[in-house]
Design a protein around this ligand. Structure first.
Ligand code: CDM
Ligand code: ATP
Length: 276
């Protein structure tokens, strides 16, 4: 059985307070975009080992046991005593990008196992499992535009559609550690709450829909801020860093001819059309 874990972008990201457990409460709208990995599972004839991970495409740091798809499998195996499996993971989504690639792989692994082995786990319970694997992970169970609070796992409806808008995502060859990015943040209540800013026309988002990480990440990695400026220069209606970086996305009007830009070597670029 195969699935195609996609990315998220953050539309606004307010870090509102530090919690006693060290994590941060935040407010954001998660929006799914069709930049996808491919993830396949098969029951293994080899009963000697619980899992075998075959990895393709972009490289990820760490051992197989560190991979979030394996962590997701082991979590479900503990609960449901699953058969041994072969996992094929083809990475197209860059890591350290703020696009939630690893979290998405993990959430899709939970859903794949639930479907393939007919475990009958509810969506709510899958979200609970997902949240133990990563703060971003629970979103990918529902995987539709949604307003999120708490550490990113308390959801309520977000009434917006960007259907037909075009998107460009650029990730320079810069790795931003999510943990480190959070440690440089001074949590505060936003001037324009995300929930309100998102209701305004996209043309107004430039001044009101803010990603709090930009203020500390841009001075450390000026290239990221330069990419955002260039996207506006090229005609984006709205541009922002996603998550804690280092990728930046630009939203362009439906029908706009996306520019051909030479971003240089080592820069990842994705172009697509939003369909949610
Ligand atoms: C920045 C975002 O991408 C916005 O969507 C997410 O909040 C990050 O979520 P994530 O990558 O799934 O984060 P995790 O892998 O769970 O956590 C990485 C580290 O980020 C910090 N962290 C994460 C999420 C959160 N709400 N508060 C935090 O302080 C913690 O130090 C944690 O050890
Ligand atoms: N399946 C996976 N895909 C990508 N990274 C993984 C995976 N499993 C574990 N990781 C580890 O997780 C780290 C973060 O990867 P991820 O792709 O989620 O980054 P990100 O875009 O910064 O995500 P986020 O938006 O959640 O902060 C990587 O450094 C990598 O070592």
């Amino acid at each position: 059985m195969i699935a195609f874990p996609n990315i998220k972008i953050n539309l606004g990201l307010s870090i509102t307070e530090k919690r006693p457990d060290g994590y941060h409460n935040l407010e954001t709208v998660f929006y799914p975009v069709a930049l996808e990995d491919a993830l396949e599972i098969r029951t293994s004839p080899n009963a000697d080992r619980k899992f075998t991970l075959h990895q393709h495409g972009m490289e990820i740091a760490g051992n197989p046991e560190d991979n979030l798809v394996v962590k997701a499998y082991l979590l479900m195996d503990k609960e449901f005593h699953l058969p041994p499996i072969e996992i094929h993971l083809y990475k197209h989504i860059p890591s350290g990008a703020g696009l939630g690639g690893g979290s998405s792989d993990a959430a899709f692994m939970l859903k794949l196992l639930n479907d393939h082995y007919q475990l009958g786990v509810s969506e709510e319970q899958l979200e609970v499992y997902a949240a133990t694997l990563g703060a971003d992970c629970a979103f990918f169970i529902k995987n539709r535009p949604i307003f999120a609070e708490g550490i990113g796992n308390i959801f309520s409806p977000a009434e917006l559609s960007l259907n037909g808008y075009q998107i460009m995502i650029i990730k320079p060859n810069v790795f931003v550690s999510t943990r480190e990015a959070f440690s440089n943040i001074h949590p505060h209540r936003p001037k324009y709450p995300v929930r309100e800013a998102i209701q305004r026309p996209v043309q107004e988002w430039k001044d009101t829909l803010i990603n709090d990480f930009e203020a500390s990440v841009f001075p450390q990695h000026p290239v990221i801020g330069e990419i955002k400026e260039e996207l506006y220069h090229q005609g984006a209606i709205y541009a922002s860093m996603s998550g804690s970086g280092s990728s930046v996305f630009g939203l362009f009007a439906p029908g706009f001819v996306l520019p051909e830009i030479d971003w240089g070597t080592d820069v990842f670029c994705f172009k697509g059309t939003l369909n949610k």
